[in-house]
Design a protein around this ligand. Structure first.
Ligand code: MN
Length: 728
């Protein structure tokens, strides 16, 4: 929704304005620099916009179409190309009328459609807070979203026209729009070096935000204007005379301060109006850079310079590319005189910044679309120091993204977070709070449910869905990019693994002690200490972790604890270990046989991996049994309260006919079972049958059985089995 896009029908009202005449005069004067073919594009863009906005009026009562025409006209001051001007004419049609982006692309080409879409996207996001850091993030978000610098120029022209016509809207809305302009749009314009635009945006905002202060200052300024002009004239005559003495050709002009800049100076530096007005400003424009320094020397010989006020922005330009020499002199009446010295080229750049490339480019150096995309040259303006005053040259040098490392997104409350590029919903969750990260289960991005691994885009509004019982998933580590998320997930897994390993180690040791008619509860603190010392370990828990992770054998430790000789110990009836349901911990379910609760199982203590659970009939178990030490095999059983989902692969061979895959999938879904993967066996290609491997998630054997039953019922199915991979 645009600030002023209010579509209202005002029956019978006539503003007396003929939109076509307004357009014709714009096309034949301001936009006269366009080639005839480009004029054609502009005209059809106008016709489309005019028809789309027909019946819509602005708050002022004028036909709505006068607004897009005015925006396009503002862009002609920078000599923007026909694509940008057409997009300006169409900038509100996607948002405010029924025309789609695809329709625009079909009628006016992708370039115009992309620009319109870019502007519409910016219109959709809103800035809520007046906090400094938030404003900065919001500005970066807007810039990062305007992949093409023309998008932001159209947006700025749109804002300027809205500011110029703010008188027609309610004061409260005018204040809100003005505050936003001061916080967001004027600083963006400044960053792009659009000095003239900044001045106008600021003065208009000041006027509507603080009408009383504006009126008082305006009256004061009016009173002293005549006297000031005279003084400025005398000063510039003196300066011009001295420069001529030194053989420097220069244009000298007095600089009028804007009301907003006077106001800011008074507010920031706590000085009075007359103190601000005591300072005079002059601008000296000369032929080339060396002459700037010559002029500086001449002026320093005319009036004494004020110590510490000299700045060389030619040698070290400002971040937005601005170049000039600044100095302040003691004027003839003891008043400070601020002087800017620059070349003509620097002057143009200072006034129009990024837009100077359209305004002053030579015909043969048409800018390519790549150059127009911000990825290349806003970066120059924003972040780099420019050695050459010819901005056209430095354009060629850098090929980097505009905020390459960051992406800006909204929290549900409108706060803006800067995340590393590539950040996912999980990174966002951890950035909000580590508890939210630990408990997240899903995300809502721009009001739509999305997987946690979804990569976030600039301007996304993200909401995290949490569950009190949820915990970090080790798989998240494969896609999170922020250090904070990574660190928290790792920490969680380490704690989990340690705790579970202690727990498992204790159960294994207890089982071993049972063989000797003892149990773990009997072991005294001194015994623990003693054996840990013997084995060079820190204590009980460390010893248990070693057992739980398979680094030490429980039976060995039991013997040592009970001081029993190997020969004396009988390996009878060890009893079973119960497997609980923790993920990412010390117990692993073998991928070769994919055990699910209810399957008869057996455990193998693997060095480093801990306890690996296989099904009894697993081929790998049969093979390993022959060559693995018997003491590494443990009887295990499922905990009765086993929760969570287990992955099983089911191999289905079915008659090959259209839609068979969907039929199979439906049968699985009817057993309330999720399919997490499907693959079709290529070996069947061309045969009458097709073999499909479904990876499904089940809670237990009962659920698996109902899936298999559903599949078996289908007439298409000829063979059906749990897939086993004997390789693992
Ligand atoms: Mn608009």
């Amino acid at each position: 929704m645009t600030a002023f896009a209010k579509a209202e029908r005002r029956d019978g009202e006539s503003s007396g304005i003929d939109p076509l005449a307004v357009f014709e005069s714009f096309a034949s004067s301001s936009a006269a620099y366009l080639k005839p073919a480009d004029q054609g594009l502009l005209r059809s863009a106008y016709q489309c916009a005019e028809a789309a906005h027909a019946g819509q009026y602005r708050a002022s009562g004028e036909p709505y179409i006068t607004h897009p025409i005015a925006v396009a006209e503002l862009l002609t001051r920078w000599h923007l190309d026909a694509h940008a001007l057409s997009a300006a004419l169409l900038h509100d049609v996607v948002e405010d009328t029924g025309i789609s982006s695809a329709e625009l692309a079909a009628r006016f080409g992708d370039k115009v459609a992309d620009l319109v879409e870019g502007v519409s996207k910016l219109d959709k996001i809103h800035f809520a807070s007046r906090e400094q850091a938030q404003a900065e993030n919001f500005r970066k978000m807007l810039l990062a979203m305007s992949r093409d610098v023309r998008v932001i120029l159209i947006k700025l022209a749109d804002r300027l026209h809205n500011m110029r016509t703010l008188g027609a809207v309610k004061p409260e809305k005018a204040r809100r729009v003005s505050a936003e302009t001061l916080d967001i749009y004027a600083p963006i314009a400044r960053r792009l070096g659009l000095a003239t635009l900044v001045d106008e945006l600021e003065d208009l905002s000041f006027r509507h935000l603080y009408p009383d202060r504006y009126r008082v200052l305006d009256a004061e300024l009016h009173k002293m204007r005549g006297r000031r002009r005279e003084a400025l004239q005398r000063l510039s005559d003196a300066v011009g005379g001295r420069l001529a003495d030194y053989g420097v050709e220069a244009e000298v002009s007095g600089r009028e301060k804007t009301l907003y800049s006077i106001y800011r100076k008074m507010a920031d530096k706590h000085v009075s109006f007359s103190q601000v007005m005591d300072i005079y400003g002059l601008r000296v424009v000369v032929r080339d850079a060396p002459t700037c320094y010559l002029a500086l020397g001449a002026l320093h010989s005319l009036y004494k310079p004020i110590h510490g006020k000299f700045k060389d922005y030619i040698a070290i330009p400002k971040a937005n590319g601005y170049q000039s020499l600044h100095t302040t002199l003691f004027g003839p009446f003891g008043n400070p005189v601020e002087i800017q010295i620059r070349t003509q080229e620097m002057h143009r750049f200072a006034e129009t910044g990024v837009a100077s490339h359209w305004l002053y480019r030579k015909p043969e150096s048409a800018l390519s679309d790549i150059q127009l995309s911000t990825t290349r040259w806003l970066q120059n303006l924003l972040e780099t120091q420019i050695d050459s005053p010819d901005a056209g040259e430095f354009l060629e040098q850098l090929k980097v993204d505009l905020f390459p490392g960051e992406v800006y997104v909204f929290t549900p409350k409108g706060r803006i977070l800067a995340l590393p590029r590539g950040a996912t919903a999980v990174d966002f969750a951890y950035a909000v709070h580590s508890d939210i990260g630990d408990r997240c289960i899903a995300a809502r991005i721009n009001d739509e449910l999305a997987p946690l691994r979804t990569e976030l885009k600039n301007g996304d509004r993200v909401e995290i869905v949490t569950a009190a019982t949820a915990s970090p998933n080790p798989r998240w580590l494969s896609f999170v990019v922020s250090g904070k998320a990574r660190q928290h997930i790792r920490h969680f897994l380490r704690t989990l693994k340690f705790e579970e390993s202690v727990d498992l180690g204790e159960r294994l040791l207890d089982q071993a002690l049972h063989a000797f008619h003892h149990h773990v509860g009997e072991i005294s603190a001194r015994q623990w200490q003693h054996i840990a010392h013997q084995l060079n370990l820190g204590g009980r828990d460390e010893l248990l972790v070693e057992i739980g992770t398979g680094k030490r054998q429980a039976l060995e430790v039991a013997r040592q604890l009970l001081r029993i000789d190997e020969a004396a110990g009988a390996l009878t009836n060890l009893g079973a270990i119960t497997v609980h349901d923790r993920e990412g911990g010390a117990i692993e379910y073998a991928s070769c046989c994919q055990p699910v609760p209810g399957d008869p199982i057996i455990g193998l203590i693997d060095r480093g991996r801990g306890l690996v659970v296989h099904t009894h009939d697993c081929a790998a178990v049969r093979r390993k049994r022959r060559r693995t030490d018997a003491s590494r095999w443990v009887d295990v059983e499922w905990d009765a309260q086993m929760a969570g989902l287990f992955t099983v692969t089911v191999r289905v061979t079915a008659a090959h006919k259209p839609g068979v895959l969907a039929t199979l999938a439906r049968a699985i879904a009817e057993a309330e079972t999720n399919i997490s993967g499907v693959s079709v066996d290529e070996a069947d290609t061309g045969s009458a049958y097709t073999t499909v491997l479904f990876t499904i998630e089940v809670a237990n054997r009962v659920q698996l059985a109902s899936v298999l039953r559903n599949l078996r019922k289908l007439p298409e199915v000829v063979r059906l089995a749990r897939a086993r991979n004997s390789q693992a």
